[in-house]
Design a protein around this ligand. Sequence first.
Ligand code: SF4
Ligand code: SF4
Length: 367
Amino acid sequence: MTICKIKTIKNNNRMSTQELLQTIYKKIEEGHTEFEIEACGQHDIGGAVWSRGECKEVNGDSSSGAGINRDEDGQLYFHITNPGQRVGAMAMDGVKIVVEGSAPADIGWLNSGAEIVIKGDGGDTAAHCAAGGKIYVGGRVGTRSGALMKHDPRFEPPQFWVLKNTGSFSFEFMGGGIAVICGYDCDNLSSVLGNRSCVGMVGGVVYVRGKVEGLAECVEQVSLDKLDKDFLKSGMPEFLKEIERPELEEELLDFSGWTKIIPLPKELKEKKQPVKEFIKNEWFKDGLFGDLVEDNGEVFGLAETGRARLRKPEWDKDLCVSCDLCLKNCPQNAINKDFTKYVSEPEKCIGCGICAAVCPRNAWKMY
Ligand code: SF4
Ligand code: SF4
């Protein structure tokens, strides 16, 4: 069958994501297995197209998915330009997606077995939650990429290869899988993994080439052994071929700049500390997670009065016309009237803002 070409702008009208996905599903049902899509920011292309093909497991067992036709090789192929977010999100084994150029956030989110090639840069949260398949990126990826990658031992581990670097908070809570960050063209960066990489990492491995700073305390950075080098040697040619940079093979397989990051053994991590102590000792000083208000660790209920109120009403006598609407509508009977003066009692008020909402003169302001 011929390649199915879909242009998503016709006569200056843009096809919605829903229309595009429904068109793809319809064409697959008609027997198409190969697509060329000129997208215009539509989301989720190539993802969640369920396969009728065999689902291969490491131990040789297999099960069938429900759904659609495939070509003779059992493959669905998407060639995409200008996609929106979540290219290949939840994509399945037997799907190959190639993006010409860059793609925004969430490429391969929860990838379940597809091969996804982004020839340019990937956005934030690339490979987030990936559980299978391979994701190849020919440029950089953004913050929180590789976070929550995981590995079900019944299947091959997910792989995530990036030619350049990641943004900060990459590989947070990684539970399994393999990431390869090649650090190409990153000499000007103090860390090819951004800042605070691998926080909460409990499984998997991140191979990295180049400088790394600000790693979480729960991991260690160690030298490669023979198995690591064999893995990189076997996977690098395919990665570079897919992103069309085969000339870099020799440079990237010089192992002098490579290390790997792995979780610390469990017994070394079991240095538990109370939240108060953690905030005191580990919190960023004036940084991203710096406290804006004093926090003594006290936990408040959902609707509090007094000092713990979410907001505090303040009355403006110059605006008030003494209509009593606030007084009548306050669910806490917190408003008292003393001649023409209105006061909200802090010990009754929960800061709900109804007084401000019903006031026709905007005389109550919530702070
Ligand atoms: S904020 Fe809510 S509880 Fe407080 S005075 Fe206004 S209406 Fe009453
Ligand atoms: S609702 Fe507004 S105008 Fe009416 S009494 Fe309350 S504060 Fe005054």
